[in-house]
Design a protein around this ligand. Structure first.
Ligand code: SIN
Ligand code: FE2
Length: 203
């Protein structure tokens, strides 16, 4: 089934308020269970620089980074398999991805205070015909969209709790990042901040 239209910013599809406040709260409860089994950890880049987000994952694979590089791993750094992706998260994929394959990774990024994410491409996956689906929960985030090639102009927009975004088709490899969050703009996370989920087919 093809998804409803959404907004289009440089080929990135955006559905503001896709999840109701009740659906956001329910999803957050699911994610608390995930994080109890797979605790958030502090990733470092291959060059050894600490990232400002905290990270965990659900699904067959988690995306991780450490001194050995960027990659997908079937286990949390604690050696245990990642917990399954919650059904309500899979339902978002089914509604917007227009992709016959299920996601194999739900990367979970936690932004607090001054956390940010530099401009990058999501390109560690084997099949770029499958999109990346992103779900925002908690504080507002200033999301920056660039181009498929490095450089050029960029465009920024605020993502709010419950918004869903798809990097697919010609925009699958578009550069994107998060300049900053607006701390205290949402009360969804009890201790504040923002959670972003990105769903990917890995293999
Ligand atoms: C990411 O690109 O990995 C995160 C995007 C976001 O936090 O909205
Ligand atoms: Fe990304």
């Amino acid at each position: 089934m093809s998804p409803p239209p959404g907004l289009n910013v440089r080929g990135v599809r955006i559905w503001p308020g896709f999840l109701s406040p009740a659906a956001q709260a329910a999803m957050l409860a699911d994610l608390r269970h995930v994080a109890a089994a797979a605790p958030f950890f502090a990733p470092v880049t291959p060059s050894g620089r600490p990232m400002t987000v905290r990270m965990t994952a659900a699904g067959q694979f988690g995306w991780i980074t450490d001194r050995r590089g960027y990659r997908y791993e079937p286990h949390h750094p604690n050696g245990k398999p990642w917990p399954p992706i919650p059904p309500a998260v899979l339902a978002v994929w089914d509604a917007v991805s227009d992709c016959p394959r299920p996601p194999e990774c739900c990367l979970i990024n936690l932004y607090r205070d001054s956390a940010r994410m530099g401009l990058h491409q999501d390109k560690d996956e084997a099949d770029f015909t499958c999109p990346v689906v992103s779900v925002s929960l908690g504080d507002d985030a200033l999301f920056r969209i660039g181009n498929v090639e490095k450089g050029g102009t960029t465009q920024s927009l605020w993502l709010r709790s419950g918004d869903v975004l798809v990097l697919g088709g010609d925009a699958r490899l578009i550069y994107h990042g998060v300049d900053r969050i607006r701390p205290g703009s949402s009360t969804l996370l009890h201790s504040g901040g923002r959670i972003n989920l990105t769903l990917r087919v890995v293999t």
